[in-house]
Structures are given as structure tokens and as C-alpha cells.
Design a protein around this ligand. Structure first.
Ligand SMILES: Nc1nc2c(ncn2[C@@H]2O[C@H](COP(=O)(O)OP(=O)(O)OP(=O)(O)O)[C@@H](O)[C@H]2O)c(=O)[nH]1
Ligand SMILES: [Mg+2]
Length: 327
């Protein structure tokens, strides 16, 4: 690939050129140091044009209908004059790139839309950590004028935390079932959600769906509220048959308005940035420690102590960090 300059990429992003938008994302995802350097500059330049979208995370058990929901919800938003970007966390590492999501994220109807952009996002960070470049990809999409960023998680705990840490609204798709099945929902998920959508509801199972709703509301009742004056709505519908999606759209609007009113919209984003900063401090310190000639051996020696259980690994890490910082 011929490498493009940042001004070419930025011009492309701003003019809505999806090919160049894709190239800018590829640059940001690259692990090569020279690409990373260019990516950092690109991000710095586009930063003033970011932040204006509504960032929505969508989670749910495998097969709950997340992709179907995103496809039809995305089309609904487009019909209201919005531009929609879809990012799906791709659990396949760079080793087997795109092989898992290749088919699943096709979202055929949505991908035909001029105002839609769909992109899988690799889940392994460039330093090999949990954090990835999805956030940066999102910023690029915002600079390109996308109003809604929809992020689909994969059914792995880590990916849910990751997505809820970069979004404004966290939506949980649930399929019918209560009682025992409800207990299977990780408590952590219920604490993260802002809105629940019971999917695959039709005339035949409407009563069952209503029971599931009651069970969910009971479970929610025992949790501390995440947002002041917000009672997590439990909506019923069908992503496949476009039922209930309008209501989700309007509830998301209400939620954002409330967050703005409560001053928690920007506040949450600030806290998210701080968390991400702390994460990267850890990552970079570890990376530099391993690379620096002066600390490399010293790091290895302590690691060996930990691996041989000469002392508890956390004790060993504490001793190492204190020495590193000269304490
Ligand atoms: N009957 C019915 N089927 C649906 C509905 N929504 C989704 N489906 C079907 O459920 C299946 C799974 O849908 P997906 O959208 O791929 O689900 P997903 O949650 O993205 O699945 P993973 O990405 O594998 O976790 C597909 O066959 C969909 O057509 C619905 O509202 N009603
Ligand atoms: Mg899917």
C-alpha cells in the first residue's frame, strides 16, 4: 500500500471518502512504530473535530440478535437523517484476521447505505494488551461526521468492559427467559447497562416476554442506579422485524438529554479518558522497562523470582516498581 500523508487522509476523512477513512483506521491499527508515529499525529490533528457523536455499546449473549439489531437500528437512524458507523470488536487476533467476524458483520442492507460505515476492530492492542484501538477508530469516525457510533461486543467479559468504557450508552439485548436463566446473567453486566431490549418477541411469546421483563425489573431494582433519575427501561421488540426500535431510539435520546442535564455526559467521558490514560501508563512503563537496556535484566531477574515463586508475584512486582522509581 502506498503510504498516504496525513493531510491526504484528513482531507479524505472530512470529505466523507470511505476508502480513505478505512486507510486512516488501518494506520491507527498498525503496530509498526513508524505508522504509530504518523497515527499519533493524525489523531492530534483530528481531535478538535471529534466528540460529537452518540457512542452506543451493544452487548448480549451469542445469537441474541446484536448484529441484526445494529443493522436495523442503524437503518432507522439513517432514515432520520443521521450517519452511522458500526465497529465490531473482532475476537480474532491479527493471526487470523477477520476470520470470525468476516461473515457475521456483513450487515448487507446497512452496508449498502451511503451514510453507513462498517468496520471490524481487532481486539488485541498493539502492545498486546486488552485495550485496543477501537477508541481511536471511533474518533476518526467522529471526525468524518458520523452521528451514531454503534459498537458490538463479543460475548467475552473483557470486551464488555472495554466497550462500556468508551461509550455513552450501554445497551443489553436479552432473549426471553427468566428464573434460573436470569441468574446466569453476570451481575457485572446488569450494573453496566443503561437500557435493556428483549429481542425476538412476537405474538406467540409476548406473555413470556412480559414475564422476563418483570424478572429483569426485579433484578434491576436491587442494584444501585448508575445515572441519577434514570430507571433502566426494559423494552420489548424484534430487531429482525423492526419492532420496538423506534422506542429504543427515543429512549437513547432521553438518556443522553438526562446525562447532559445531570452534567454527567462530559463527566463520564472525562473519567473514561482518565482510565484509558492510566491503562496506557501501565502499558508503556512495562514496554519501556522491557526494552531499556538499563532495566531489562533487572526486570527479568524479578520476573524469574516470581515465576519460580521465590516470592509472591505481587510482592515481587511491588519490590521491582519501588526499585525502578528509586523508592
Ligand atoms: N425471530 C427472530 N429472529 C431474530 C431476531 N433478531 C435476530 N434474529 C435471528 O437470530 C440469529 C442471530 O442473530 P445475530 O444478529 O447474528 O445475533 P448476534 O447477537 O449478533 O450473534 P453473535 O454475533 O454470534 O453473538 C439470526 O438468525 C437472526 O436472523 C428477531 O427479532 N426475531
Ligand atoms: Mg453478531
Amino acid at each position: 500500500m502506498k503510504s498516504l500523508s496525513n493531510s491526504e487522509l484528513i482531507e479524505g476523512i472530512k470529505s466523507g471518502d470511505k476508502r480513505l477513512l478505512g486507510k486512516a483506521i488501518t494506520l491507527v491499527e498498525s503496530k509498526k512504530p513508524e505508522h504509530r508515529k504518523q497515527a499519533e499525529e493524525l489523531l492530534r490533528e483530528i481531535l478538535p473535530f471529534t466528540g460529537k457523536s452518540i457512542r452506543i455499546g451493544i452487548t448480549g449473549t451469542p445469537g441474541a440478535g446484536k448484529s441484526t439489531f445494529i443493522e436495523n437500528f442503524g437503518r432507522l437512524a439513517i432514515s432520520k437523517g443521521k450517519k452511522v458507523a458500526v465497529l465490531a470488536i473482532d475476537p480474532s487476533s491479527s493471526l487470523n484476521k477477520g476470520s470470525i467476524l468476516g461473515d457475521k458483520t456483513r450487515m448487507e442492507e446497512l452496508s449498502k447505505e451511503e451514510n453507513a460505515f462498517i468496520r471490524p476492530s481487532p481486539s488485541s492492542g498493539f502492545l498486546g494488551g486488552v485495550a485496543n484501538t477501537t477508541f481511536e477508530t471511533m474518533l476518526i469516525c467522529e471526525a468524518a461526521g458520523y452521528d451514531y457510533i454503534l459498537i458490538e461486543t463479543v460475548g467475552v467479559g473483557q470486551s464488555e468492559v472495554l466497550v462500556s468504557d468508551i461509550t455513552d450508552v450501554f445497551l443489553f439485548l436479552k432473549i426471553i427467559g427468566g428464573g434460573d436463566e436470569l441468574q446466569g446473567i453476570k451481575r457485572g453486566i446488569m450494573e453496566m447497562v443503561d437500557l435493556i431490549f428483549i429481542n425476538k418477541v412476537d405474538d406467540e411469546n409476548l406473555n413470556k416476554a412480559k414475564n422476563t421483563k418483570v424478572e429483569l425489573m426485579r433484578a434491576l431494582h436491587f442494584l444501585p442506579s448508575k445515572e441519577k433519575d434514570w430507571k433502566v427501561p426494559v423494552l420489548l421488540g424484534s430487531a429482525l422485524n423492526n419492532k420496538g426500535l423506534d422506542e429504543v431510539f427515543s429512549k437513547i435520546g432521553d438518556f443522553i438529554q438526562l446525562k447532559i442535564k445531570n452534567n454527567s455526559f462530559e463527566e463520564t467521558r472525562k473519567i473514561q479518558s482518565e482510565k484509558r490514560f492510566d491503562y496506557w501508563v501501565q502499558e508503556y512503563i512495562l514496554q519501556k522497562t522491557k526494552e531499556e537496556k538499563s532495566t531489562e535484566n533487572f526486570y527479568e531477574a524479578h520476573k524469574k523470582n516470581a515465576s519460580q515463586l521465590k516470592s509472591n508475584p505481587s510482592t515481587e512486582a511491588k519490590i521491582f516498581v519501588e526499585k525502578l522509581l528509586g523508592k
